[in-house]
Design a protein around this ligand. Sequence first.
Ligand code: ADP
Ligand code: MG
Length: 604
Amino acid sequence: MSRIALLSEEVASQVAAGEVVERPASVVKELVENSIDAGAKRIEVMIRRGGISSIRVVDDGSGMDRDDALLCLERHATSKIRTGHDLAAIHTLGFRGEALPSIASVSRFRLATRERDALAGTEVIVNAGRIETVRDGGDAPGTQIEVRSLFYNLPARRKFLRTENTESSHVEHQLHLQAIGHPQIGFVFVKDERTVWQLPPAAHLRERIRDLCGAALAAELLDVPEFATEGISIRGCLGKAGVSRSSRAQQLVFLNGRAVENNTINFALREGYHTALMKGQHPVTFLFIEMDPAEVDVNVHPAKREVRFRNAAWVREAVVEAVRLALESDRASWSRTFRGGDENAQRPTDDETLPLIPQREQVALRKDWSALPVQAPEKHPTSSEPAGAKQDALTPSEPASLNSQHSTLNTARDFKILGVLGKLYVLMENASGLVLVDQHAAHERILFEEMKRRMEQQGVPGQRLLLPLTLEVSPRDGDWLDRNLEVLQRAGIGLEPFGSGTFKIDSLPTFLRATEPTQLIRDIIDDLRETSAQTSKLRLGEDMIAKTVCRHAVKANDYLREPELVRLIQDLLACELPYCCPHGRPTMIQMSYAELEKKFGRKA
Ligand code: ADP
Ligand code: MG
């Protein structure tokens, strides 16, 4: 007796619906995407009771004639692709031809649609996948779809729905994505008869972000300088250095107009921010990537949330570069703010009005840093502090270099050091008000950039060990070391395979004075293996430096004399990313006169 039977069309649709329609938010997503594909300029979404009771999406798009209005309810009916060939070049959000029949098979469904110039529109009523009524209707041009009693015919699925509030917040999140992804479209969201938001069409992404997320968030964002390399272009807005969230909720990425979740991009963002992001935190992004649709497979996930790239490394590099450019562009404006802004009339004009750090002086300054006694600071104790206080500090206290003529800032003009608070915070005055600098974080940033620069240019010099050490590792660690020997070498760690499961360490970076080198290498492997899976070799070196500079930077409680402080601040301002330490924490806080006046009640 045969045991296999073809499923009825009805059951087949319900099975397909299981993949596409998970909850009210997925219905909203599919309907809104259809409206966008239909060229709508305005989309209104109304939900009742979290969308469980009803969802209505009204658009002013192309509409459908009677034949299409019936055909769109068939499975695999789509106007968006014709052949398998077209799958390689998808320019629309939909293409599977599954959403409408799936949704209609698990709800009470009503479609009313009219083409712009048609004399009459069409109304179709479907219950649990069965067409009940077809008649003239659909008054306004465009399409209106109403989905009531979701999963009423599938009690098992209905049980999986969460509370109305939860479902409603999923819907709202989905609409957020669509509204940010398509600023040129006006959106209205009505929940239980109450208008939650109403967004006019926006000319710019920033406008839409401000309308939807508020001015405070918009103020924390940088524009990505328009950036395009071979076949890929990136634009959008990104959080400034140091701006982060504990979840990915505000990490939005759109690929060819579609909100996507993709690990390659997530890692690339993380890598792009790198030291401007605190550990465990996520960046805030509104990133738009456009690329040849042939380079990306969107047909991986029924709800098209996930995508797969043909060349992930290429995408990653482009994203990293875009983030880097954005952060870099912020540096100039930051420097201006630090000095009180261009428009600040109080600033004396006697001096040259060169950029903050003239190029040639920057070079000279940095040479200076590398001339510092990085190997054995304890041989140069400074008289002003108790012996041993700076045992492992890579100090900027060498008098010779401090007296150097390479003054990068006109100290008197740009800032004045007032003192040190709690042996940690340097208090300064600049044109805009009060500045607090965390001396430890500042020094970390300076050391980090110096080491990084050296590593990029010539590699960090290694210091030979008198007696080479051997390190036994697991096969997995051994494999990782094998693949990264070169980076480690550049970072000053001399490592060589030494027979099965063993490596020989014969040198360590000069800036590193570890009492337990083998343990240190183990720690570094552990730390780095986690972060390195997706990051570039260079970043791996940077990570190692970031992890080690911390131990060597001047600490809280380290006493710095005035010239040392001046030097610290000058060097910090010369950094590429002066405003945060290599772990993403801020190095300085500015308190403007305006803020002070507000605090003292001098100004409303
Ligand atoms: P897909 O979007 O993958 O093509 P759907 O089942 O979502 O599949 O929709 C089927 C077809 O119905 C679409 O290809 C489109 O031609 C038509 N359609 C759906 N929604 C709308 C709409 N709001 N306005 C105009 N046409 C629509
Ligand atoms: Mg669709």
